[in-house]
Design a protein around this ligand. Structure first.
Ligand SMILES: [Zn+2]
Length: 236
């Protein structure tokens, strides 16, 4: 199976589904990470250009830990819009990797406009990735990818449909998150908490709910015609 996770910012995947990706990779599935924006406002000290460059390298380092292919879309942080040009870019990125499953932000529940816009774009275009008359550089996908939403930041307003036990891959997730060194200072500056504490608390909380030590949780994006035929055990 081919699994592609789309995050709005360079560390979103690490927070919300890296344990699941690490588990899937370990079990022989192919995994890719796509990132909408360069995260270029995420520093109080560096310029936007320098922040983007540093965060791109951090994302590459993180993806390399599990051998995931990285797709860097590079849009400006805080200014992602669901335009024709942006949609075509996402369609082409999907066509390049040709996933069976896409994981992204919940378009209805997440808190950040780049998150909801990323989720909305994926909702809007994943069917288009299969349509021949929508032309991009890469030929259309033969198969319609299924779409899943990952947890929101600190689980706010997210009603999980199922949990993935990541107890055995949590430390890999923590290592991936630790690659985003520039953001430890930023999270502390913004919210007074470290990335590591933030991620461990959420994974433990979801673990309690899911009946294991650490977990990540998901919801299926229900739509016609792709909604009816899968529920759980989809990622691993
Ligand atoms: Zn984010």
């Amino acid at each position: 199976m081919r699994i592609m996770a789309f995050g709005a910012h360079p560390d979103d995947i690490d927070f919300c589904c890296a344990g699941t990706l690490a588990k899937a990779k370990k079990e022989g599935h192919e995994v890719a990470i796509a990132i909408s924006t360069s995260g270029n406002i995420g520093s109080a000290e560096m310029t936007m250009e320098e922040t983007a460059r540093v965060r791109h390298q951090e994302a590459l380092n993180s993806a390399a830990i599990i051998g995931a292919e990285l797709f860097w879309l590079g849009y400006d942080d805080e200014f992602l819009f669901n335009s024709r040009e942006v949609r075509l870019k996402y369609i082409d990125v999907i066509r390049q990797f040709r996933p069976d499953i896409i994981i992204t932000h919940d378009k209805d529940k997440d808190y950040h406009p780049d998150h909801t816009t990323t989720g909305q774009i994926l909702w809007d275009i994943h069917v288009m990735s299969t349509i021949p008359n929508i032309k991009t550089e890469t030929p259309p996908c033969e198969k319609l990818p299924e779409l899943y939403y990952m947890d929101t930041t600190m689980g706010v307003d997210f009603a999980p449909e199922f949990y993935v036990d990541i107890s055995e891959t949590f430390e890999t997730k923590a290592k991936m998150l630790a690659c985003h060194k520039s953001q430890d200072g930023w999270m502390d500056y913004m919210y007074g908490v470290s990335n590591a504490e933030f991620a461990r608390t959420l994974a433990r909380f979801r673990g309690f709910q899911g009946g294991c030590t650490y977990a990540e949780c998901f919801r299926k994006a229900h739509f016609f015609p792709g909604s009816a035929h899968k529920t759980v055990d989809v990622f691993c």
